[in-house]
Design a protein around this ligand. Structure first.
Ligand SMILES: Cc1cc2nc3c(=O)[nH]c(=O)nc-3n(C[C@H](O)[C@H](O)[C@H](O)COP(=O)(O)OP(=O)(O)OC[C@H]3O[C@@H](n4cnc5c(N)ncnc54)[C@H](O)[C@@H]3O)c2cc1C
Length: 276
């Protein structure tokens, strides 16, 4: 993988945590494979998570009515974003693979990582109405979520008390990563690490390292193809009527979001679709 760059966006406070071990394992394995590895260690960097006017250098376009997206997009075009955002932009531009390494907080990412998403995936730089989903700006890049949970896998099954993990993953994997065009690889989930025996934890890290060796050859997860939608304001960006009609006889919806009132496609956000 010489010539390839991996960016690890990492959020854990403790260097002795399992998340730190998973991050270190990825750095070691990818480096040994010939990747250049960049790490954004958000807590160590004291990454500022709030999207505010402080992100914009120079005069605001409309100081009376501050609209973050509009001001940040204009500042990006004119090179007036704050230096910390620019640095993350440069890392992202260089990356072929982006790994988000974090402990699950409230069914999502820790706030500091949500702040990275809010501030770094700037409108214009990371997405636009013309460039989203299959036509997204980062369509030549791959990304994956690698995270630990407190609860065991059984709690995250469709009949488990927390509900189906596929539904929890959809906002991040579809609404953030695929929206920006990323080819999203299956998540790496380390279930309930604190209640896993030490030897089993070591085996989990070894399996992660083995997976990373072939990560760029993996088939991405499948999302609703953008071409199925009427991409006009008049059409409301909705599924084309003929597509809806054709789906009527299918037992499953397209994704957890585009369920069409049907059963969710099993494992849609955790496994790539089987090849035809
Ligand atoms: C605000 C908040 C919200 C939360 N929300 C949720 C939620 O919605 N759902 C949920 O399921 N959980 C939730 N949790 C729990 C959280 O997800 C877990 O505590 C976290 O995922 C555990 O990961 P860790 O890296 O912190 O584990 P650690 O406690 O750091 O590590 C687990 C064990 O692995 C050991 N370890 C470290 N390095 C290695 C190594 N190299 N080899 C082998 N073992 C090693 C550690 O010593 C430790 O014994 C939440 C927690 C917080 C604080």
């Amino acid at each position: 993988m010489a010539g390839k760059t991996a960016l690890i966006v990492y959020a854990h406070q403790s260097p002795s945590s399992f998340n730190a071990a998973a991050k270190d394992a990825a750095v070691q394995t990818l480096t040994a494979q010939g990747y250049k590895v960049l790490v954004s260690d958000l807590y160590t960097m004291k990454f500022q998570p709030s999207a505010t006017a402080a992100d914009i250098k120079g005069d605001l376009k409309d100081p009376e009515h501050f609209v973050y997206n509009d001001e940040a997009c204009a500042a990006w075009k004119e090179g007036r974003l704050s230096d910390d955002i620019k640095e993350e932009h440069n890392k992202l531009l260089e990356a072929d693979l982006v790994i988000f390494q974090f402990p699950m907080y409230w069914f999502s990412v820790p706030g500091i990582m949500k702040g990275w998403i809010d501030r770094v995936l700037t409108q214009g730089f990371a997405f636009s109405l013309q460039n989203m989903y299959d036509n997204g700006i980062f369509k030549d890049k791959k990304a994956l979520l690698s995270f630990t949970t407190g609860g065991p896998e059984s709690m995250y099954l469709p009949d488990g008390i927390n509900g189906d993990i596929n539904i929890m993953l959809y906002p991040l994997q579809s609404g953030v990563l695929h929206f920006c065009g990323f080819q999203v690889l299956a998540p790496q989930i380390f279930w309930s690490v604190a209640h896993t025996p030490p030897d089993a934890r070591k085996a989990l890290l070894q399996a992660w390292q083995t997976r990373l060796k072939g990560i760029m050859e993996e088939q991405p997860l499948s999302f609703a193809p953008t071409e199925l939608f009427d991409l006009t304001f008049q059409g409301g960006f909705r599924l084309r009527p003929e597509v809806k009609e054709a789906r009527a006889v299918q037992p499953y919806g397209l994704t957890p979001g585009h369920h069409l009132g049907k059963r969710l496609p099993p494992d849609n956000q955790t496994k790539p679709a089987p090849r035809d």
